[in-house]
Write a protein that binds this ligand. Structure first.
Ligand SMILES: NC(=O)c1ccc[n+]([C@@H]2O[C@H](COP(=O)([O-])OP(=O)(O)OC[C@H]3O[C@@H](n4cnc5c(N)ncnc54)[C@H](O)[C@@H]3O)[C@@H](O)[C@H]2O)c1
Length: 335
């Protein structure tokens, strides 16, 4: 049984509390938050959980084996570092850290102390992303050429992070996962309309080895609510639309092939416009899969899918994206 403390029970932290509390392998002993209102709500709904305004009370308790951080992004590094130094396994929400050096330090620290460090890249635990990855690995779509995703909405405007930091970690982590590789360079363009120096809309492009490319469009200032990823391969194309209540994935047997023998330019490219296939995907709540995975990694000494190293690469991409944004869209090489 893992004894867990959750730090930060705001909008997203409440979901973490609900989910970890539902796991029978977890004793959710504490929730910490600086907001008395948040804690009162937790106490009302979960009378057995101890609440505290001081998160260090959790770190000081030797019974606690793991800490879950749902506090604002600016606090992730500091709280995660203290928690690892206190000997706790750590699950930290995305964005992992706001600084590449901090991400590197946390990865090294967790390695040194032999503790699990996992980042909340929720979409990597989405059954549809798992299904798409399987299709790619089985060679169903042929060569993966390129992919792009859109995460658009009206609202949830943040004041301490731009739309890139707030939304793109999910899509970047998915792009890295599906590509099975890290990008060599990143460029990004975006604009601030509502607040000074906080981009409301960002278009980010990642260049991968072997002529592959991934594009991410994020915005909280958009009339549409879209959460869609499109993957284009040499044989087939896949669209994952997370706004669809069911049948979220469509596999299009479409493509354009170069004919080996042809008499005219018209015959040089042959278009294949075949069937559309809807794979049956057994749905489960991604957050539940993610939280179970964290506990399973602790109990069975496994490496989390979204471990600190995965978090570090996503942080490097975000950092390069931020630098590119400020330079007006110049490509930034990834180390
Ligand atoms: N995985 C996802 O899909 C997802 C979705 C939304 C948010 N998030 C991430 O979760 C984190 C929190 O986001 P949110 O939307 O819940 O923000 P929020 O502002 O609603 O909640 C943050 C909470 O942390 C508390 N807090 C602040 N300082 C604290 C401290 N020193 N000790 C303890 N608690 C403290 C605040 O009082 C607040 O209740 C962010 O990193 C965000 O990016 C992840």
């Amino acid at each position: 049984m893992q004894v867990v403390g959750i730090i930060g029970s705001g909008y997203w932290g409440k979901n973490l509390v609900r989910t970890f509390n539902a796991l029978n392998t977890v004793n959710l002993k504490y929730v910490a938050d600086v907001s008395a209102d948040s804690l009162e709500l937790i106490s009302r709904n979960y009378p057995d959980i101890q609440t505290t305004e001081e998160y260090r009370a959790i770190l000081d308790d030797d019974d606690v084996t793991a800490v879950v951080i749902g506090a604002p992004a600016v606090l992730h590094y500091e709280i995660a570092r203290e928690a690892i130094n206190a000997g706790k396994h750590v699950f930290v929400e995305k964005p992992f850290t706001l600084d590449v050096g901090h991400a590197r330090e946390l990865v090294a620290l967790a390695d040194e102390k032999n503790l699990k460090l996992m980042v909340g890249h929720l979409l990597l635990y989405h059954p549809c992303i798992t299904a798409i990855k399987e299709q790619i690995q089985k060679g169903e779509i042929g060569d993966l050429y390129y992919l792009y995703s859109q995460r658009l909405n009206l609202g949830k405007v943040r004041k301490d992070e731009n739309a890139l930091l707030s939304f793109a970690p999910h899509d970047i982590s998915v792009a890295l996962h599906l590509m099975g590789n890290s990008p060599v360079s990143v460029s990004a363009c975006g604009k601030c309309y509502l607040q000074k120096d906080i981009e409301d809309v960002v278009f980010l492009t990642m260049n991968f080895p072997d002529n592959k490319i991934a594009h991410v469009h994020v915005s909280w200032l958009d009339p549409h609510k879209i959460r869609r990823t499109t993957v284009v391969g040499s044989q087939k194309m896949i669209v994952f639309d997370d706004m669809e209540p069911r049948e979220k994935i469509r596999v299009y047997d479409k493509g354009i092939e170069k004919a080996t023998e042809y008499g005219s330019y018209g015959e040089f490219l042959s278009l294949r416009d075949g069937n559309i296939f809807i794979p049956a995907v057994k749905m489960a709540e991604p957050l539940m899969i993610e939280c179970k995975h964290f506990i399973d990694c602790i109990e069975n000494d496994r490496v989390p899918v979204s471990d600190g190293r995965n978090g570090l690469i996503v942080t490097q991409v975000l950092d390069a994206g931020q630098k590119s944004l400020k330079s007006g869209g110049n490509p930034i090489m990834i180390d």
